[in-house]
Write a new protein. Structure first.
Length: 106
């Protein structure tokens, strides 16, 4: 028995803080790499939610962990595609500012 038991609300609070920090980073960053890292924070918050709800609501099932693994795989794919776009932007414009992304047309 622990002195301070960690419940579902604690996990949801941490997840909400991570998601809020990631959303703030996406909304305010002008650097593409920082925006990608903020997106990864938001996906990590979703993983925490899935795993926490699975653990506290259906302990015998593995659905939450499976969804978390899919999110991790999707995040890896998103990071690789995003970094490829950042490299292409840097080769063309010598900058990684998000304002320059619309200039890649044509």
């Amino acid at each position: 028995m622990s002195l301070f038991p960690v419940g579902l609300g604690h996990y949801l609070l941490v997840s909400a803080l991570l998601f809020g920090l990631g959303a703030f980073g996406v909304a305010t960053r002008r650097n593409a790499i920082s925006a990608l890292m903020s997106t990864e924070l938001m996906l990590s918050a979703a993983c925490i939610n899935f795993a926490a709800f699975n653990h506290f609501r259906h302990p015998a099932a593995l659905g939450g962990q499976v969804f978390a693994l899919f999110i991790i795989a999707m995040a890896a794919a998103e990071a690789s595609v995003g970094m490829a776009l950042v490299v292409a932007l840097f080769r063309q414009k010598r900058a990684v500012a998000l304002a320059d992304i619309d200039l890649m047309k044509g």
